[in-house]
Write a protein that binds this ligand. Structure first.
Ligand code: CP3
Length: 354
């Protein structure tokens, strides 16, 4: 494999010194880029794009080529696992993801298979291998998965939800059954991420988009515990380098200390907490990733620069910061504003690393 030319992202995740603060952005390959829309058109549908290693590679590299970001993230989706379990994933315009066969009964849960990542999910591993080849050591490649709790919400609801009625009813009425589902998902996520690492992913991230919808007690029992088990089961070294693990719970700021104690290397932050406070609470244990409000990108490049300066100052001098948004970039952001963000992070952070 080609020598890694820009490793500041991996170094920051391990709290090692860097020349400038690294940045990548959640959903960096996506609809706000005209070149993404063109490739997606060519592919047909979003899932066809995910299943075509050449085209998935093409869209993964688009934001790297355009903005000079410090990490690439595999182009795929968190819902590939439930799809591989046989739920039949599809996307409808404006409604987001849907499943043809949601998980509704005890029998449904007991019958769910743990997918073999080199069989049903082989297309994801092909994409990882293709992207690593095309990157040729320019920047590291991030692999990812959803958290068991977040995947369970989509599987039980049959798609996106605001209330989580079915998922929470199952959790409150039949906790042992919810645990059986989460246990199966944790096994699936562990082998899926390990396969991504074996295929070439140099860091991995777990997206717990809906952990923040739980009470503190339920968060620990139904979400964090399963992420902890996954972290404990991951390959942490590959090709002679540590493979850092990042956990991101949206709405998880109140549980920072518990997340930092899970065994992960880094914690992703949404925008609701000041990163300086987060650093004081856990910065001697883990690196921090985040956390600009994605809506700042609707403001002018000058205002974006100001906000970047505030976050960098709040984090302060020293190691262990990966700049990111607090959640995914919105589909109607002007790409010029993204360029202003990347430039601001790279130039304004220099004094903090002298
Ligand atoms: O960050 C990246 O650039 C890598 C690719 C990535 C996608 N989805 C591509 C995608 C990643 C890391 C995800 C994760 C994901 N998918 C999450 C967790 C992160 C988060 O945002 O909280 C969730 C909850 C999903 C499920 C999902 N997939 C949703 C809710 C949607 C949006 C539906 C819509 O129409 O807005 C998707 C589709 C999706 N995943 C798109 C992209 C680029 C848009 C599909 C398109 O091209 O139309």
């Amino acid at each position: 494999m080609a020598e890694l030319k820009n490793d500041r992202f991996l170094r920051a995740l391990l709290r090692q010194p860097v020349d400038t603060t690294p940045i990548w952005v959640m959903r960096q390959a996506g609809r706000y880029l005209p070149e993404y829309r063109a490739t997606r058109e060519k592919a047909g549908s979003f899932m066809d794009l995910c299943r075509n290693a050449e085209l998935a590679c093409e869209v993964t590299l688009q934001p790297i080529d355009r903005f000079g970001l410090d990490a690439a993230i595999l182009f795929s989706d968190i819902l590939t696992i439930p799809d591989a379990m046989g739920l039949g994933l599809y996307f409808t315009e404006g409604e987001g993801p849907r499943f043809e066969r949601p998980v509704r009964s005890e029998a449904d849960i007991r019958a769910l298979p743990v997918p073999d990542p080199e069989q049903e999910l082989r297309y994801v591993m092909e994409a990882v291998r293709t992207i690593r080849g095309a990157l040729n050591g320019r920047v590291p490649l991030i692999g990812f998965s959803g958290s068991p709790w977040t995947l369970a919400t989509y599987m039980v609801e049959g798609g996106s939800t605001k209330v989580f009625a079915n998922t929470k009813a199952l959790m409150f009425d039949r906790p042992e059954l919810m645990h059986a589902l989460l246990d199966k998902l944790a096994q699936s996520v562990t082998s899926y991420l390990n396969a991504q690492i074996a295929a070439g992913a140099q860091a991995v991230m777990i997206f717990d988009t809906w952990g923040g919808m739980l009470t503190s007690r339920d968060y620990r029992t139904f979400s964090l515990e399963y992420m902890r088990r996954i972290v404990a089961g991951l390959t942490r070294e590959n090709d002679g380098r540590r493979v850092p693990v990042t956990l991101f719970t949206k709405g998880g700021a109140q549980w920072l200390e518990d997340i930092a104690a899970s065994g992960c290397d880094a914690v992703g932050l949404d925008w609701t907490i000041d990163i300086g406070e987060a650093r004081r609470r856990v910065g001697d244990r883990v690196a921090l990733q985040g956390n600009m409000d994605p809506c700042v990108l609707y403001a002018s490049p000058d205002r974006i620069r100001q906000e970047v300066a505030t976050i960098l100052e709040d984090f302060g001098a020293g190691n262990g910061h990966v700049f990111n948004l607090g959640h995914g970039i919105h589909p109607n952001i002007d790409p010029e504003h993204m360029a202003a963000l990347v430039d601001a992070v790279h130039s304004l952070s220099l004094p903090y690393h002298r």
